[in-house]
Design a protein around this ligand. Structure first.
Ligand code: MLT
Length: 239
């Protein structure tokens, strides 16, 4: 049995994840946003690696049913209908729609995770449901990869903390696990903070969001188990 954690997707090559069960985490904010959109009735979320790619993907879809969303430097991309705030993903805004989403680190990490089977979308917002699915996959397949989106090509503490909490939840009672260094570091991080609030709100990303008046998104993202959905990314769409 094996668990690997990667703190950024940068070292991954095409084919590395083929056939492996993968969880992608970007607590602030891409995976929280994707989970919220799907829990509130979006038909699908299509992650795009760049804003140009998002525009191209959206142009191939039925105009009525598609919403462009995303951020750069935390604020809405000019000309897009929505930013990357989970609080924007209301049933009125996203119900029945396909959201094409482009974010700085989160959607490139999702695109890099293609090839995993399955690729699950995780955050504190769906933690309990995610942990149940990931534990079942680890037990049946003997293998789990956790990819953190990270920030500025480095570890993002809120993602690393979430990876550690997930590992603790999935490996309970399991023996003879092969763990990479990232797993040990992620588990060690869980002892550095009393809980989600401190880990998420104390991060660099949280500070950047507070600077652009989005501290409410940080509080939103730090709350565990808002939703029971575990979105899956397959055939270029998250549903
Ligand atoms: C990212 O992809 O890096 C995040 O979505 C950034 C943000 O939340 O503004």
């Amino acid at each position: 049995m094996r668990i690997d954690v990667f703190f950024t997707p940068l070292g991954l090559n095409t084919g590395d994840l083929a056939g492996r069960a993968v969880v992608v985490i970007d607590v602030l904010r891409a995976t929280t946003t994707v989970i919220t959109a799907l829990a509130n009735g979006a038909k699908a979320v299509i992650p795009a690696a760049t804003s140009e790619e998002a525009v191209r993907l959206a142009s191939n879809l039925e105009k009525d049913g598609v919403v462009l969303a995303g951020e750069r430097k935390s604020v809405k991309i000019e000309g897009f209908a929505l930013g990357n705030s989970p609080r924007e993903m209301t049933a009125a805004a996203v119900g029945g729609k396909t959201i094409v989403l482009s974010t700085t680190n989160g959607t490139p990490a999702l695109v890099a995770a293609q090839g995993g089977d399955p690729v699950l979308i995780g955050a504190p917002a769906n933690f309990k449901a995610l942990a149940a699915r990931a534990r079942d996959l680890l037990a049946r397949r003997g293998d789990l990869v956790i990819i953190c989106a990270g920030r500025e090509k480095q570890l993002a503490i809120e993602d690393g903390y979430a990876a550690g909490r997930l590992i603790k939840a999935v490996r309970r009672g399991m023996k003879r696990l092969q763990l990479n260094d990232g797993v040990h570091a992620a588990v060690a991080l869980t002892t550095a903070f009393p809980g989600w609030k401190e880990a998420v709100e104390g991060s660099d990303a949280a500070r950047q969001l507070a600077e652009v008046d989005l501290a409410e998104d940080v509080r939103f993202a730090a709350k565990q188990d808002r939703f029971a959905v575990v979105p899956t990314y397959a055939d270029r769409r998250i549903t």
